[in-house]
Design a protein around this ligand. Structure first.
Ligand code: ATP
Ligand code: ZN
Length: 284
């Protein structure tokens, strides 16, 4: 028996989806013929689909789980459960209006025409704000709609904002922060759930490792206590004597966020030869 996973066939999520599996130690056979493949070293079968279709396939049980953007999950509104954020495919779904228009708040949108490929999410947003506006659904090139007189505003995915800018628009409101997530069928069988738990354990270890670095440094013994107090480590830092008297080698794990702050303080306490190396997997 295998766990059936749906991922995007070709697009912004494809490479990162396969990379995540690889980081989890799961090799895929024949990724090139790209319809369906399996792994030789994990009971996993992978389907390659359009991202828009993934929630439906998971809801139907054709696939047990899927990797897909939150934007698509909320727009399709299928009966699937979001289990884990995957940390890639980050983007935002935003409202854009003509650059020269004055926009103070969402009331700007009252009785306006909004072009979008996300009618469900936009409608929910308008309802929450008690705004009546017209939603004009189009499937691609949403950003050109105001320029050709098709709409007053748009709602679309944005990463840098340069597409909006090139089309004479400005981003005025973010309605969803999105990233790729793992979704599962709501009635997963026991055996399937066990395989999913195994996969999730690996995904979480990979995510933790990405957020942490392994640090090694040489510390003068007279400042050892201060230096150790700066380095939490998983339990506590490892301290080994150096061949040079009066010095120790200290090893620990640091999170990406506190990294630069702590490095400064370590240097101020006389730490030398600081090495920071990536961690491949982290199990605690
Ligand atoms: P498909 O052929 O599978 O339907 P698509 O054209 O709908 O592909 P892509 O453009 O490949 O989709 O985007 C897939 C997903 O990647 C989006 O739904 C979103 O979750 C995510 N994404 C991340 N960054 C961006 C971005 N800058 N613009 C658009 N989508 C992004
Ligand atoms: Zn799509």
């Amino acid at each position: 028996m295998k766990l059936k996973l749906a991922i995007q066939k070709s697009g912004r999520l494809s490479e990162d989806s396969i990379k995540l599996l690889k980081d989890c130690g799961i090799d895929l056979r024949n990724v090139k013929d790209r319809l369906k493949t399996e792994s030789d070293n994990f009971p996993l079968e992978v389907f390659f689909l359009r991202d828009d279709d993934i929630p439906q396939y998971v809801d139907d049980g054709v696939a047990d789980i899927g990797f897909v953007g939150e934007n698509v999950v909320y727009e399709k509104n299928k009966k699937v459960e979001v289990v884990e954020k995957l940390g890639f495919g980050k983007c935002r779904l935003s409202i854009g209006v003509k650059r020269n228009d004055e926009y103070i708040n969402a009331n700007y949108l009252v009785n306006k025409k909004i072009a979008t490929s996300y009618p469900v999410i936009v409608e929910k947003f308008l309802k929450e704000k008690n705004i009546v506006a017209e939603i004009h659904e189009i499937s691609g090139s949403v950003e050109i709609a105001p320029g050709i007189g098709l709409a007053d505003a748009i709602c679309d995915l944005v990463s840098s904002g340069s597409t909006l800018f090139m089309n004479g628009l400005k981003e005025v409101e973010t309605i969803l922060q999105s990233q790729a997530v793992l979704v599962k069928n709501k009635n997963l069988g026991d055996a399937q759930q066990k395989l999913l738990d195994k996969l999730l354990f690996r995904i979480q270890s990979v995510k933790k490792a990405k957020n942490n670095k392994y640090i090694l440094l040489n510390a003068p013994n007279e400042n050892l206590q201060q230096i150790i107090s700066l380095l939490p480590g998983m339990k506590s830092p490892t301290v080994l004597p150096l061949a040079t008297p009066g010095w120790s080698s200290v090893h620990s794990v640091l999170s990406e966020n506190e990294f630069w702050d702590i490095i400064e303080q370590l240097k101020a306490n006389g730490a030398q030869g600081i090495l920071v190396v990536p961690i491949e997997k982290m199990i605690i």
